[in-house]
Ligand binder design. Structure first.
Ligand SMILES: [Zn+2]
Length: 281
């Protein structure tokens, strides 16, 4: 696990064990706020030790940016904290999350102490502000990666925890392509000091706009390539041939996982486009 201090009171933790997933800790004058947890208990517990022993404080709130297990399984290690999320995050954790946790616990002994925690403060589509001591957490819905995705801006520091709305490769397989594009567009011109993506390296101030453009360009190129493949004579072969580089992203991102994510994007988008495109003759 890597730890970086991005502002006086803001820390980012990045997993060495699972897909460079990130989590944040913001220290306020009235305790700490955790934004997402890490996928494996040992890393979330190391984060907690840092908060308690090194920062000398305790966690009052945990924010779940969306229900996916790699971001939420550690919530249970912050007993007594209130948990904030989108309303759909609670529903999805209670259904899909509950089912997949049971399966994971049965096959992975290191996950045996994980318990499902449902958020107790939820908000519908739109925005909410949480005031804790001297810090303000502005959260709003940014569907696309998943229907319950939110981002969280630390207002005083202008640090945006973008979660999986910004990943090295935009990934919408559990969400919606159109909403992904719209959510990325909506993050433009935000004047952020740093953007913490859900996986991978921190995006620095000077790189943010270029990065959003690159993500939107990828999605545009992907749609064009998929549409072209679908009207050709052998669509399956043409879809197979759409590689990540031809859509403008590098395959080495996320230690090579990017190419797999891209492949899933291609198949998901092809299925969606087939439904709305007229059949070719
Ligand atoms: Zn994730």
């Amino acid at each position: 696990m890597q730890r970086e201090r991005v502002a006086d009171d803001v820390f980012v933790f990045t997993s060495d064990l699972y897909a460079q997933v990130t989590a944040g800790v913001v220290v306020t004058s009235e305790g700490a706020v955790v934004i997402d947890t890490l996928a494996y208990p040992e890393e979330t517990l190391a984060m907690r030790r840092f908060i308690e022993n090194r920062l000398g404080t305790s966690v009052r709130y945990v924010i779940n940016t969306h229900y996916h297990a790699d971001h939420t399984t550690g919530t249970c290690f912050f007993k007594g904290a209130r948990v904030v999320a989108h309303a759909r995050c609670r529903t999805l954790l209670d259904t899909r999350g509950r089912g997949s946790l049971q399966k994971v616990k049965a096959s992975a002994p290191e996950m045996r102490d994980v318990e499902l925690v449902l958020p107790d403060i939820v908000f519908p589509d739109g925005a909410i502000s949480l005031h804790v001591g001297n810090k303000t957490f502005n959260m709003w819905s940014t569907p696309g990666h998943s229907s319950d995705s939110i981002v969280c801006l630390i207002k005083e520091d202008r640090i945006l925890f973008a979660a999986d709305t910004i990943m090295p490769v935009p990934f919408f397989v559990d969400g919606s392509y159109d909403e992904m594009v719209a959510s990325l567009q909506s993050l433009r011109n935000g004047n952020y000091e740093n953007v913490i993506q859900g996986h991978g390296e921190i995006v620095l101030r000077g790189e943010v706009e270029e990065r959003l453009q690159s993500d939107i360009d990828y999605l545009m190129a992907l749609r064009e390539a998929v549409d072209q493949a679908l009207v050709g004579t052998s669509p399956e072969r043409a879809l197979e041939a759409i590689d990540i580089e031809s859509c403008g992203k590098s395959r080495i991102l996320l230690n090579g996982m990017a190419a797999q994510l891209h492949r899933q994007n291609v198949m998901t988008l092809a299925a969606q486009r087939r439904e709305i495109m007229p059949l070719s003759s």
